[in-house]
Design a protein around this ligand. Structure first.
Ligand code: ADP
Ligand code: ZN
Length: 753
């Protein structure tokens, strides 16, 4: 008998994503197990491919099998917990095994194919090598002949006190060359050690010293017992903006640690909750590990390893942190749970909620969703008693919510003000500045002018590769496509199709910044958008400056709307979000309500009361008005009715099927063929309620020269449905339609791919 392994290989299509059997050589035998990372020969040419072992077996020796090339060290193998998550993701999201592997562990923990020193033998190599650094140690006597140099003497003297890192020695004026030469003489030896990166070490640790308000205490009391009851439990903490949800989290985490269990805290985007890390670090110090998208590969990997080695009790991070290798998780928090960033838009297309529910079930944890504007689905689940509902109805300290005023921009224009900033807004900003307070202004468009139209033929200038208007960026004087990044430099004056004069219109953050500077020359204005925060740590630094009142006005895109807590902010202004009011997708209203409620909630959080002004061309919009009144319950009642009547989640699941390819007729054909196959296979099933809409072109019909079509499937989204879709995918593959159009399935999209 010979030992074999079943391996899922990388870079395969969904159709060919099955397990392949390989022989294990005797010297590898005790190094492979389920979860091992391996290098295997694949295809006719036996090209090396990465793979992950999912099963081990014994077969008769005669079996003709290819042998595994190389096995990664045992420390790199997936733990049983992570392996289960890989299988879970594949079952739920229609991804391949290896796509799931890449989602659950960070890039730095992966291996890649390489060649051994002989130049021919395929071997595994760590994906990331920069996470180690050289450390030098004294191991011998410095010979007196030839006469040692001053640097050599200095190096030996320094290392007499113990090993030191290269960096440290270099800072003291000793070069790598000097050290290497001493290694050659066997005076020193060099070892590779893991870098330690002390992220956020500048945050001072302060002992927890808060007394919960009676409402917060009641919320805590309702939730805390579930940390210890050895059963999975779901709860929704619905608390108005400024009610102090974070303090309730901190107390729950503290209790979780007292019980000897670990806590996982998810935030939607590091920019949206910059203060969460600060608060957790200051309360819990170096037992907090972070896992978020703004870390580089090395930082992320080292933090991950610290979690894996049991060095962290608390993990805070964005979507993928839901896979953090924590053991015995007592508490999982999803803050601002309604945010779309919890849903992945590339394979594997998972939602952090579904993974968190799974992990909570496996660990018997308390899963706590929290928001001032819960998603309609989550609130419905709470109403139906699937989640425990816990509410905070008052702001901490009893501050009132801001008063809200709407400004009709059409009336403003009729009254003779063609500008983008209304008189009301201008006066309110002036008063805020005069009283020494701060303002936050929201405009959800970056760039200078957002639309370019030809005065003669009326055409809007669009990107050549994408069906979206190009946006004018003033600093570089160019037109930019926000989807594919292509640019036209310098921005043209004449229409490319008829030669007519181009007119630049529309209002982006850069232009707003300029207009504000004209109106208030003495004000210090901070612009926060993707363009102004692209450098590392810029975001955190700018927010800190605003917090120290080094700026008077913060103007920005959605990144200024949420999670911020600054006591001097008394005015919140919405300069424009009109494009959102006309957005597609069944969550469009919810998104408007959420954004407005959240941004309004940034004002008046300390002693001084807040005021908010919303400029719009659609002052009658219901979601907008209910948000202005901060009436979540009324909004929910209306929204749930809409979802029920039009059949949208939570009353069904939505499975979006997306097609894309370079030739539009091919894409359209592939999409309609998929719909036919789906219809045929579904009709053979009993009790499979389905509604199929489309195929139709997506709202953005072309991105990066690829045409896009979509099919909307309203379904139950259960195992039977997923099995059906797998059959359809196989049939689609058999007809070789993927050559015409790539296909993706997304169970979490909002109906508009
Ligand atoms: P939310 O996340 O619900 O919008 P936060 O957790 O940011 O609210 O709390 C709002 C403000 O009130 C913060 O500045 C916070 O420090 C303060 N706060 C809340 N609860 C307490 C408490 N129990 N003791 C002292 N300050 C509190
Ligand atoms: Zn483009």
């Amino acid at each position: 008998m010979a030992k074999t392994v079943q391996v899922a290989v990388s870079n395969t299509t969904y159709h060919f994503d099955k397990l392949y059997t390989y022989l294990v050589m005797s010297d590898q035998e005790n190094r492979v197990r389920s979860g091992s990372m391996v290098l295997v020969p694949f295809g006719k040419a036996s090209k090396p491919r990465m793979g992950i072992v999912l099963g081990c077996d014994e077969v008769p020796v005669s079996a003709k099998l290819k042998a595994v090339y190389d096995v990664a060290p045992d420390t790199a193998a997936l733990t049983p917990d992570l392996l289960r998550l890989v299988l879970f993701l594949r079952e739920r999201t229609f991804c391949t095994y290896y796509e799931a592997v890449k989602a659950v562990i960070p890039y730095g923990a992966l291996y890649k194919p390489a060649l051994a020193e002989d130049g021919v033998t395929p071997v595994l190599q760590k994906q990331l090598t920069r996470h180690t650094e050289n450390q030098y140690r004294l191991v011998g006597q410095l010979p007196q002949k030839p006469k040692p140099t001053a640097k050599q003497l200095a190096a030996v003297a320094l290392l007499g006190g113990g090993p030191r890192l290269l960096n440290d020695l270099e800072e003291k004026g000793i070069s790598k060359d000097v050290l290497e030469r001493l290694c050659d003489k066997d005076v020193l030896c060099c070892e590779k050690v893991n870098k330690t990166i002390d992220l956020y070490s500048h945050i001072p640790q302060k002992p927890l010293d808060v007394t919960l308000s009676p409402q917060q205490q009641a919320a805590y009391d309702a939730l805390a017992p579930h940390l210890a009851d050895h059963a999975a439990h779901g709860a929704l903490l619905y608390g108005v903006t400024g009610s102090g949800k974070t303090l309730v989290f901190v107390k729950l985490i503290e209790q979780c640690l007292v019980l000897g269990r670990k806590a996982l805290v998810l935030v939607p985007e590091i920019g949206l909750t910059p203060q969460m890390i600060y608060r957790l670090k200051s309360a819990f110090g170096d037992r907090v590990a972070v896992q978020h998208s703004a870390l580089n590969h090395t930082e992320r990997f080292l933090q991950w390893q610290m979690i894996q080695d049991g060095g962290a009790d608390i993990v805070v991070g964005t979507r993928s942190a839901v896979f953090a290798p924590l053991k015995d998780i007592g508490l999982i928090i999803i803050d601002e749970e309604q945010e779309h960033t919890y849903r992945s838009e590339s394979a594997p297309r998972f939602s952090a909620h579904e993974v968190a529910r799974q992990r909570a079930a496996e660990n018997a944890s308390l899963l706590l969703l929290a928001s001032a504007t819960p998603s309609t689905e989550s609130y419905y689940a709470a109403r139906m008693h699937k989640y425990q509902l816990v509410t905070l109805t008052q702001r901490y300290g009893g501050n009132p919510l801001p008063t809200v005023e709407m400004v009709d921009m059409r009336a403003e224009l009729a009254a003779g003000n063609p500008g983008d900033i209304s008189r009301t807004m201008e006066n309110a900003i002036r008063r805020t500045l005069e009283t020494g307070k701060q303002a936050i202004l929201l405009l959800n468009r970056r760039g200078y002018q957002t639309v370019t139209v030809c005065e003669d033929c009326g055409q809007v200038l669009k990107c050549e590769k994408c069906s979206v208007p190009m946006v004018y960026h003033k600093a570089k004087g160019e037109l930019l496509c926000h989807y594919c990044g292509s640019s036209i430099h310098p921005a043209p004056k004449k229409c490319p199709s008829c030669g007519g004069k181009l007119q630049y219109t529309g209002f982006g953050t850069q232009k707003a910044e300029e207009e504000l500077a004209n109106l208030f020359p003495e004000a210090r204005i901070l612009r926060m958008d993707q363009d102004s925060t692209s450098t590392k740590d810029a975001h955190e630094r700018l927010l800190a400056q605003f917090g120290r009142h080094e700026y008077d006005i913060m103007l920005g895109t959605q990144m200024v709307a949420k999670g911020l807590d600054f006591e001097d902010v008394t005015l919140v202004g919405v300069l424009g979000i009109d494009s959102l009011l006309f957005a597609q997708g069944f969550r469009a209203c919810e998104n408007v309500f959420d954004l407005i409620t959240q941004v309004v909630g940034r004002g008046g959080r300390a002693k001084s009361p807040g005021h908010a002004i919303i400029q719009t061309v659609a002052p009658d919009d219901t979601a907008l008005n209910l948000a202005a009144q901060q009436d979540y319950d009324a909004f929910y009642e209306q929204e749930i009715l809409f979802r029920k009547l039009s059949l949208y989640p939570p009353f069904c699941r939505l499975c979006m099927v997306g097609f894309s390819g370079t030739k539009e007729p091919d894409v359209a054909f592939a999409a309609s063929r998929f719909a036919v196959l789906l219809g045929q296979l579904a009709s053979k099933q009993e009790k499979m309620p389905l509604r199929v809409l489309g195929p139709t072109p997506c709202t953005i019909t072309k991105i990066n020269d690829r045409y896009r079509y979509q099919l909307t499937v309203k379904c139950r989204g259960d195992k039977a449905f997923r099995d059906l879709m797998r059959q359809v995918l196989a049939a689609y593959e058999k007809e070789k339609l993927p050559q015409k159009a790539g296909v993706i399935l997304d169970m979490h999209a909002d109906g508009d791919l």
